[in-house]
Design a protein around this ligand. Sequence first.
Ligand code: MLT
Length: 328
Amino acid sequence: MNFSRRTLTLAATAATLTLGFGTVSAQSYPSKPISLVVPFAAGGPTDIVARTLAATMTKSLGQSVVVENKAGAGGTIAANYVMKAPADGYTFLIHHNGMATAPALYRKLAYNPINDFEHVGNVVDVPMTLLARKDMAAKNLGELVSHIKANGDKVNLANAGLGAVSHLCGTLFQQSIGVSLTTVPFQGTGPALNALLGGQVDLLCDQTTSTTPHIKAGTVKFYGVTTKQRIKALPDAPTLHEGGMRDFEVIVWHGVYAPKGTPAAVMQKIGDAMRTALKDPAFVSRMAELGGEIPPAVRQTSDGQRAWLVAETDKWGKAIRTAGVFAD
Ligand code: MLT
């Protein structure tokens, strides 16, 4: 009798210690709002995914998941912030391919995306689109490439900084047509798309989560999607591949991360809430209408995201070293 009471007490203490919350138990987590940090400006594609996910996870967690935008340095400021945040289950990061490209792009990166975080899982895969301001005369990709080759010194390309997928896509585009354009960096493609809509910049590569409504409404010139196959959200839209840029492919994947050392019980609870959200019909259909696809179940897990990040770091690292694009 004494022995079993002591065993129970020890077990309870161990559970509390494992959680690292002092007197708070696994059952009471989360007991206050959770912050989901977005590494780009509000209104852009990462922000759209984050807010849709946060609202859906809030339903199953019974606590608010609050989106916090910490833009700058192509997403590396936010990743650094979350890496250093308390590992108490109340701060998470949502980020995309930038976690795989930053180690090759930044010579002095302060974190290791694979090893300095706990991995929750991948959330959604999103194609990109190549756009121009509405009054760009070129009617198709061929005409656009001819225009750029003839007037390259007058054409500029917006992006969200080194480490942003808009930068990656724009770099691959310039490489594939053999030009070097003036680039205009913003804190996210939300403000970059606004500048394109206002005619202040000429070109932008951005994700369908932001661009689909504008492509449908004809408020931008549209030249193709960055997947090899056409996408359901824009069935009539050509791909850049079929437009002549053979094998051009950029697919953006978004994933969720926690500071290293976040307790396993918290990771399980947040991971379960995220995977429940990825099955929520409203979340799935909202993502689908914006061109997003839910990744396979294995990538929705911690181990799956880690393995995916390792492979993507290798893939994009090679492409970046070949392109010779670096920051200090
Ligand atoms: C954003 O959310 O603003 C974009 O994902 C930035 C980018 O192009 O990577």
